[in-house]
Ligand binder design. Structure first.
Ligand code: ADP
Ligand code: MG
Length: 410
């Protein structure tokens, strides 16, 4: 009987449609093709292996690095009728889980990498059909990634012991080095990479040279009455800018790691509850803060990298309503960055320089900002997004041929 992924999507998961690249990823998995799916957090990576787990005969083995995460997923899967269990050091119904796997009664079996890489686990998998290996948080396999876990390196022999079983690696890490490394480490083909879902169409990107930062950002505050975040580069910079912006009449608070913890916690709580507050912060602010109605994110100086820029601007407009990301930069930001690069270890300078050049291309382009951003992450969007400063107000191009002609005819 042919599998109908859409019917399973609706009947088992209760969703009407696939989102983004889910359908493409699932088609590949059902066709037995090894795949690396790079999708941002919240894009719905779990469905990409949970649906095949339901559709295919045999058990889908899910490698996941965090026991807490695993148990959340287990609860959610069980709640919609998926037959799922976990083998971790924290599980006491081990014997029962093993018996269910052997009897072919599990759609999903979650395992921590340290368990999955062991001899006994491999022997177990030889006792019943395995439908799929899903390696969640696959960046953990790479030393380039931000969360390298040596246990992930030990998975390869397990995977290779079952060469006919399809592999699906999943991560939100967009960095090209890490991605390439994941393909190599897990034995996935170059053409098995699917990257998508990084676009945040409701965010309008704008980038301007600095000409009196305080005034420029005060203007942004006037145009956008909702909650906003202004990123400054130093602790003292946040305090100064916060004090200056208070003159706009908006509630403004500073936030940085040097503040008294009680003050910091209060500022953060007030911001989350507020409908018009502006937080002037270092990049320490924002991690794990869930405020969907942030209407603008401003950068008073160059961010660290395109990845950092994407992550920081991504805190705007999580509710899907229009939001603005405005970056103000100066030539001295680049000069300072170049100086910093000159001071790092020689073998790291190349990649740091590439990172800076990518930022340079983004700020200096006369073309679509979103296109540069998404192409950096491996997506191939259209020429113009229609929702960035350059698409909305194309910079007057200096037509060199015309200038030359005028000069010659004079
Ligand atoms: P990720 O692992 O990529 O961060 P999750 O797999 O945790 O994302 O999914 C995020 C949320 O999106 C979950 O609540 C999930 O139920 C929901 N979701 C996934 N796919 C769909 C879909 N096709 N339609 C609607 N909601 C979806
Ligand atoms: Mg996930």
């Amino acid at each position: 009987m042919p599998v109908d992924p859409r019917a399973i999507l609706q009947q088992t998961f209760g969703f009407s449609d696939f989102r983004g690249v889910q359908a493409r990823v699932i088609d590949r998995v059902l066709a037995g093709q090894r795949t690396l799916a790079v999708m941002p957090t919240g894009a719905g990576k779990s469905l990409c292996y949970q649906l095949p787990a339901v559709a295919l005969p045999g058990t889908c083995i899910v490698i996941s690095p965090l026991i807490a995460l695993m148990h959340d997923q287990l609860r959610a899967a069980t709640a919609i009728g998926i037959r799922a269990a976990a083998l971790t050091s924290a599980d006491d119904n081990r014997a029962e889980t093993i018996a269910r796997f052997r009897a072919g009664e599990l759609d999903l079996l979650y395992a921590a990498p340290e368990r999955a890489s062991g001899e006994s686990f491999r022997a177990l998998l030889q006792q019943a059909p395995v439908a799929l290996f899903a390696i969640d948080e696959a960046h953990c396999v790479s030393e380039w990634g931000h969360d390298f876990r040596p246990d992930y390196r030990l998975l390869r022999p397990l995977l290779d012991a079952f060469p006919a079983v399809p592999r699906l690696a999943l991560t939100a890490t967009a960095d090209a080095h890490t991605r390439a490394d994941i393909l190599v480490q897990l034995g996935l083909p170059d053409d098995g990479l699917i990257v998508a879902g990084f676009d945040r169409p409701n965010i309008r990107y704008a980038i301007s040279p600095r000409q009196g930062t305080t005034q420029q950002i005060a203007g942004l505050l006037r145009d956008h009455p909702g909650p906003g975040i202004v990123y400054a580069q130093t602790r003292s910079g946040t305090e100064k800018l916060a004090a200056a912006l208070a003159a706009t009449g908006r509630p403004v608070r500073p936030y940085h790691a040097g503040l008294d913890p009680a003050v910091r916690a209060r500022n953060q709580a007030d911001f989350v509850a507020s409908e018009d507050m502006v937080m002037v912060a270092t990049v320490a602010f924002g991690m794990g803060i869930d405020k969907p109605d942030v209407r603008f994110v401003a950068h008073a100086g160059l961010p660290k990298s395109i990845e950092a820029y994407y992550q920081e601007t991504g805190r705007a407009g999580r509710d899907g309503d229009p939001a603005v990301a405005h970056l103000f930069w100066g030539a001295e930001d680049f000069a300072r960055a170049r100086q910093r690069i000159a001071e790092v270890e020689p073998d790291r300078q190349g990649s740091e320089r590439a990172r800076l050049d990518a930022l340079g291309a983004l700020v200096e382009t006369a073309g679509c900002r979103r296109r540069i951003l998404l192409r950096h992450f491996g997506e191939e969007p259209g020429e113009r997004c229609g929702n960035c400063d350059n698409c909305l107000n194309p910079p007057a191009a200096i037509d060199a041929t015309q200038v030359a002609r005028k000069f010659l005819s004079a």
